[in-house]
Ligand binder design. Structure first.
Ligand code: ADP
Ligand code: MG
Length: 248
């Protein structure tokens, strides 16, 4: 796997500072991401997960340590909130990133239309976000990010705004899209079942300041989203990670 490393987090720490206070959010985190790998990062609310992701995304440059990203690696970043513009059609929302990056070529537009068709949104291309369910909006947000053909996809609690039933269905949709498109990804979540259903590896963080508590290699990562829940070690890992979070 070593030669396939495309992102390296090397002893990264991060402090937030205002006039009176100093808050250590991340305390000495290191790990590698290999091409094709899906890593989930789990940790208690407020521990520093979004902070870590914004460092990886390059939007936060105020940290200590080293972030090494292989040359010519594009990073796509999907935020917690789907952030669709209500006044733009679904297609125009999906083209937004391409527009901003001056990459609105015929080929790229066709690629987005293909993705919308493939993931059953073709009939909604010319509709507005208000006409869509929460789960569909989430798929649109994912396609908007994929439009830029990122080498690494960063997802910050992509399903957290959905109810638990929708989460399962959309979780599977998102899993399938990511596997089909052969995406390398890091997802932040606080849902252990979701992480076990999608990931190759799970990094568990402590409460703030976030340190690495444990890293789990998922033994059933060759199985699909639903079959994983039936694997004999699914519940054992669920319980183990739950205890990691509880006592951290
Ligand atoms: P998580 O995503 O794990 O819930 P965050 O990374 O958003 O946590 O935040 C980690 C900690 O850093 C929180 O305690 C939060 O209060 C603090 N924090 C986040 N953003 C800022 C900021 N811009 N200024 C000061 N403190 C912040
Ligand atoms: Mg967060």
């Amino acid at each position: 796997m070593k030669d396939k490393i495309i992102l390296s987090v090397d002893n990264i720490s991060k402090k937030y500072q205002d006039l009176e206070n100093e808050v250590l959010a991340i305390d000495d985190i290191s790990f590698n991401l290999s091409k094709g790998e899906f890593i989930s990062i789990i940790g208690p609310s407020g521990c520093g997960k979004s902070t870590l992701l914004s460092i990886l995304a390059g939007t936060d440059k105020d940290y200590k340590g080293n972030l090494i990203i292989k040359n010519n690696t594009n990073i796509g970043y999907m935020l917690q909130n789907d952030c669709l513009f209500p006044w733009r059609t679904i297609l125009d929302n999906c083209l937004l990133g391409l527009e901003i990056n001056n990459r609105l070529t015929k080929e790229n537009i066709n690629y987005v239309k293909e993705l919308l068709k493939k993931y059953e949104l073709a009939d909604f291309m010319n509709k507005y976000p208000d006409n869509l369910s929460g789960g569909m909006r989430q798929r649109v947000a994912l396609i908007r990010t994929l439009a830029l053909k990122p080498d690494i996809l960063l997802l910050d609690e992509p399903l957290s705004a959905l109810d638990s039933q929708t989460r399962l269905t959309i979780g599977e949709d998102i899993f399938n899209i990511i596997k089909n498109e052969n995406i390398t990804a890091i997802m932040v979540t606080h849902d252990i079942g979701e992480a076990l259903s999608i990931s190759d590896r799970i990094i568990v963080l402590t409460k703030r300041p976030a340190k690495i508590k444990n890293i789990y290699q998922i033994p059933f990562n060759n199985l699909d989203y639903y079959s994983r829940r039936l694997d004999s070690s699914f519940n054992k890992l669920l319980d183990q990670i739950w205890r990691d979070l509880d006592v951290s």
